[in-house]
Design a protein around this ligand. Structure first.
Ligand SMILES: Cc1ncc(COP(=O)(O)O)c(C=O)c1O
Length: 235
């Protein structure tokens, strides 16, 4: 394991609403109980109505986030955590992986890679609260797991310039505290995850996973030698 870090620059502008954290977040502006009037309650997600709602949420999410047309967006169980772990469990191990962390959630992904998945070829780049690892050390021909905005330390990556466009590895980005609020350079991202409970103050339990064509190709061409739950199965 390596510990490398650079000092982060503190933002000069403070948010108007500070109610954003690793716990519950504010509802979006204009939210009221009435928005639940047509909630799909008591229905299976496999019902016609449930499927139509999911399809609508998928299309609107792609539109608002300006996700490239050839990327796919899916709604998955177990919130952002489910989405990140789904990607790690199904995609990692095909090549070496660099895992970056500078606060508790990123450190959770390090633990997953090292202690749960027990991957053979891992570099970890960790920094203390208030710091960020030296991003120039990352090797884009390996897979990369990182958090765009580290909620519990308030430290984010400055941009995606440190990620090569012609990389061989996949970038797996936990962007749950970034999407809808920060610019995402999609050409630098192969897997991006978030949950509604964070960015929009929505309900827990749902996660979102966005996949680039190269991420889909990895899923179709690589099957790691580890058991999957049915949720994690590609087919
Ligand atoms: C950066 C980051 N990753 C992951 C999570 C976990 O999200 P969830 O509870 O939606 O699984 C959080 C929650 O605050 C977070 O801030």
């Amino acid at each position: 394991m390596q510990t490398q870090h650079k000092s982060a620059q503190k933002p000069s502008i403070r948010p108007e609403n500070p109610n954003f954290s690793s716990g519950p977040c504010s509802k979006r502006p204009g939210w009221s109980l009435e928005v639940l009037n047509d909630a799909t309650l008591g229905r299976s997600h496999r019902s016609k109505l449930g499927k139509a709602k999911l399809a609508e949420a998928i299309e609107l999410s792609k539109e608002v986030l300006q996700v490239p047309r050839d990327y796919r967006l899916g709604i998955v169980p177990a919130s952002d955590t489910g989405a990140v772990e789904m990607a790690m469990w199904t995609m990692l191990g095909q090549r070496g992986v660099d895992v970056l962390a500078w606060e508790s959630f990123g450190k959770g992904w390090v633990t997953d890679a090292v202690k749960q998945l027990k991957l053979q070829d891992i570099n970890t780049y960790e920094a203390d609260y208030g710091q960020i690892p030296d991003l120039s050390l990352v090797d884009c021909d390996r897979d990369i797991v990182f958090t765009w905005n580290g909620t519990t330390s308030g430290v984010k990556v400055p941009d995606g310039d440190w990620i090569k466009d012609n990389r061989q590895g996949l970038t797996i980005c936990d962007a749950t505290s970034a999407v809808f609020a920060m610019e995402i350079p999609w050409q630098k991202i192969d897997v991006l995850t978030y949950s509604w409970q964070k960015v929009m103050g929505g309900e827990g339990a749902h996660g979102v996973i966005v996949l680039s064509p190269r991420a889909v190709e990895r899923l179709e061409s690589y099957t790691p030698d580890r058991p999957f739950t049915k949720d994690f199965s590609v087919n």
